[in-house]
Design a protein around this ligand. Sequence first.
Ligand code: UFG
Length: 318
Amino acid sequence: MKILVVGGAGYIGSHVVKALMLKGHDVTVYDNLSTGQEINLFKQNCFVNGDILDYPALLSAMRGQDAVVHLAAKKAVGESMENPMLYSVNNISGSLNILNAMVECGTKYIVFSSSAAVYGMPDKSVIDENVPLNPINYYGFTKLEIEKFMGWYDRLKGIKFVALRYFNAVGYDADGDIRGKELNSQNLLPIIMEVVSGKRDKLKIFGNDYSTPDGTCIRDYIHVSDLASAHVLALEKLAQGMESQSLNLGTEKGTSVLEMVAACSSVVGHEIPVEFAPRRAGDPAVLVASANKARKLLGWSPKYSDIKDIVRTVYAIN
Ligand code: UFG
């Protein structure tokens, strides 16, 4: 298939591009390099330096494409609450440009990077796709709205979509083919690695009084290469006639912050200094996916199930 990967130079996008190319797809990366990096572009794929807000440029990149993988978005939860306009424009208007360009060019399929943030603070700790959608931050709201727009473009224009609701994306390509580390990440594992490399003194653990076995928050950490393989399968299933879907992607296993620290200590071979700090606003105690729907519909299953194996892929490029 001819596939336009929007945001293909970014952290998750570059892993998706590799997975698509290994399957023989004809990939064009469309990226404005605002957070993506040139070092992540494979020589064999075609690259267009463009912005999703530049409709004429987007339209010309869209012509002749069979499908889109859309990963271009602003994704910092805190920033989305302070500067919602940035998220309205980049995430919502940008995605509408993509959908409109698809209609204009006759491009039929889209795989969209959504997020567990669409669920907000669910009552249940194991989350399937039937849990009420109730985002508690503007970032999650934009992801949910885009899913709804895709639903309408399916009904009105026949564009078939898969929205992949990622849980906590972590890790790096184990072959070392993707060399650009995610820049300025505020997420747990990259921060622990900054402590390991001496860039930070210690990890601040946000809350140790949650109702979890060790008092720290539990998340479902899914390796980025496993996320990438789901995109390939989703596109192939759409092309085979699968109806539009929203699917969770996670390992179905929870890891607490302290368990993550212990796994990292074991991989790097020394203690990692931590201190307990107050809870961070908006953090649910436990978020673990049921990925049963993705397993069934895509025939997908994550290859990385051991958190230490995931940590090793991060430490290797640290
Ligand atoms: N944490 C710390 N200290 C830190 C950073 C994080 O204790 O310095 C804790 C957080 O409180 C949380 C856990 O580590 O309990 C994971 O936090 P992250 O910031 O790595 O990830 P989040 O679960 O907050 O959010 C991530 C993405 C979101 C996405 C969500 C989906 O950043 O975009 O996963 O589950 F929506």
